[in-house]
Design a protein around this ligand. Structure first.
Ligand code: ADP
Length: 552
């Protein structure tokens, strides 16, 4: 803009200078022409007066001093005297413009270009009383030659004026542009500048407000997006069509086991160099949804890679969602294992029941053996009932997760009631039961706490020896209670400590029939403890006894 203003100003100034100079030259020339005419008129009047009184003698005398040309023309147009040319050679002048005008008006004036280049002659004729005409003439330069004569001056003036014009234009441009350059675009309306710019500034202010609003909205959305994605447990990576990471959350870095820094232009392959993953990404970037499963740092991760299409047929990038499915897969494994175990555990007593029943049905059994078979069928059925009851308890505990109705429970009472119920069983086994309790109220589910205490005490009796002791203690502690169930029975080998809380796990499988255990008791106990936010620990030595501590 500055350049444009400057050039325009220069052009205007230079054109003005040229026009002014040309007009001045023309005016000066015209002025000099008028001077010539006046001069000739005075001269002609003077000569007329002198000629009328002194005659031709005066003209001869004058001829020596006159600079111009003097002609006397008779009334018929024939030249009777000429200060330069031979009158005999001169043609009749009656058709000359100045002659005709002088005959008509008393004086006549005409300018004619001479045959010689760039010269013109000014003629002034005056009518004498005798009817003769006196004509004086002077040859002057034409305007072109006058201009040529002045050309160095004209050029000089134009150059000088142009230089001054350029300097002034430069200064003027800066002066015009300066306030525009100083416009505070942050607050357009506060600028006091040319009123022609006011509508523009108002519009700019409006647009500035709109832009500020949009930027604020964008920032808010970006913060929202960041807050959502950063708190997601799933990994989220957004990539462009070249595979470069545009956005990536913390979970994605954690799940990919990547601790580096993602900068602009970092490819997704930097985060995960697995070949199958690369192929899945390539597939997504070619427009097809892809999935990939990979074990990373002990975690089982599933990658869902969806192409992002902004235009039909054009993939502009992809969104990668990473899910940690370790727990889900472990649960699946457990469920499969549990189903297999349940089938196995159910099948064994059912096979026995079926066998005994078949013998009786076919009449093969002797009468004296039938009672024994019936007892066995009864025992197996009881075993089945206990097993099914335990399975139902476990599945209820699985379902109850998160939906427990807790209340104030008197743990001392639960322990005392359980010990009382166990009395007969303990007597049969010859186990001495000792209870040491203090009054403790905990927040929990009474039925589950009872189940927990009953299972632990039951084991303490079941896996004890004749004349052994089972000691149950309850102690209050800050915000809860500590329950210990200790026996001096058969104990548990070290290598089984980690596994006895697993479903259907038994240390001595061969004697499980005798003890009537299902292998589900301790896993029910552990489940109950976890549902109460508690902890369970085990100390046990084979032949010495077992101590199980529960902190709630
Ligand atoms: P079960 O119904 O077989 O008793 P549990 O889950 O209660 O199932 O116990 C799992 C296994 O742990 C038992 O089979 C037994 O071998 C062992 N066990 C549990 N409690 C004791 C204990 N107090 N003393 C010795 N072994 C025990």
């Amino acid at each position: 803009m500055k350049k444009r203003i400057f050039l325009n100003m220069c052009a205007i100034a230079i054109i003005s200078v040229i026009i002014t100079v040309a007009a001045t030259v023309f005016a000066v020339y015209e002025g000099s022409r008028n001077d010539v005419k006046s001069q000739l008129a005075i001269e002609a009047d003077y000569i007329k007066a002198a000629y009328e009184s002194l005659g031709v003698k005066y003209l001869d005398e004058l001829n020596r001093n006159i600079g111009g040309r003097l002609t006397v023309i008779s009334a018929d147009g024939s030249v009777t005297y000429d200060s330069i040319a031979n009158v005999k050679e001169l043609e009749n002048h009656s058709d000359r413009e100045e002659f005709e005008e002088a005959v008509k008006n008393g004086t006549g004036y005409a300018v004619r270009e001479s045959e010689s280049v760039n010269q013109e002659t000014c003629y002034y004729a005056v009518l004498l009383d005798s009817g003769e005409i006196i004509r004086v003439a002077i040859t002057v330069s034409t305007i072109t030659s006058a201009l040529f004569a002045l050309l160095p001056w004209v050029i000089g003036i134009i150059i000088l004026a142009s230089l001054i014009a350029v300097l002034l234009a430069n200064f003027g441009t800066k002066w015009i542009v300066k306030p525009i350059n100083r416009i505070n675009l942050d607050f357009p309306k506060e600028n006091e500048i040319y009123e022609e710019l006011a509508p523009l500034l108002v519009r700019m202010e409006k647009q500035r407000q709109e832009i500020t609003l949009h930027i604020g909205e964008l920032n808010r959305k970006q913060k929202e997006f960041a807050a959502i994605t950063e708190n997601m447990s799933e990994g989220l990576i957004i990539i462009d069509n070249k595979g470069d990471v545009l956005s990536c959350n913390k979970s994605a870095m954690r799940l990919c086991g990547f601790s580096g820094i993602i900068t602009k232009g970092s490819g997704i392959y930097v985060m995960n160099r697995n070949v199958d993953f690369s192929s899945a990404v390539d597939r997504a970037l070619s427009g097809k949804r892809a999935e990939h499963r990979q074990l990373i740092g002990g975690l089982s991760c599933r990658f869902f890679i969806n192409p992002v299409e902004f235009e039909v047929g054009g993939v502009s990038g992809a969104v990668v969602i990473i899910m940690d499915v370790t727990e889900k897969e472990n649960r699946e494994d457990l469920r499969r294992e549990f189903t297999a175990n349940v089938s196995h555990e159910l099948k064994t007593p059912l096979t026995s029941i079926s066998g005994y029943a078949e013998i009786i049905k076919n009449g093969i059994a002797k009468d004296k053996d039938i009672k024994g078979f019936a007892d066995k069928i009864y025992d197996e059925t009881q075993r089945l009932i206990t097993l099914v009851a335990d399975i139902i308890k476990l599945s209820r505990l699985d379902e109850a997760e998160g939906f427990l109705q807790k209340e104030k429970c008197d743990l001392e009472k639960i322990v005392l009631d359980t010990a009382a119920r166990l009395e007969n069983q303990a007597k049969q086994k010859g186990v001495n039961v000792l209870v040491e309790t203090e009054s403790v109220v905990v927040n929990g589910v009474p039925s589950l706490l009872t189940e927990m205490v009953a299972n632990l005490c039951d084991n303490g009796v079941k896996y004890n020896k004749d004349g052994g002791t089972l000691k149950v203690t309850v102690k209050a502690r800050q915000n809860g209670a500590v329950l210990t169930v200790e026996d001096n029975g058969i104990g548990i080998p070290e290598e089984d400590h980690d596994r006895i809380f697993e479903r259907f796990y038994r240390v001595d499988k061969s004697h499980s029939k005798e003890t009537g255990g299902t292998g589900l008791g301790l896993s029910i106990v552990k489940h109950c403890v976890l549902l109460h936010g508690g902890e369970i620990s085990l100390e046990s030595k084979p032949g010495k006894g077992t101590k199980i501590t529960v902190v709630i």
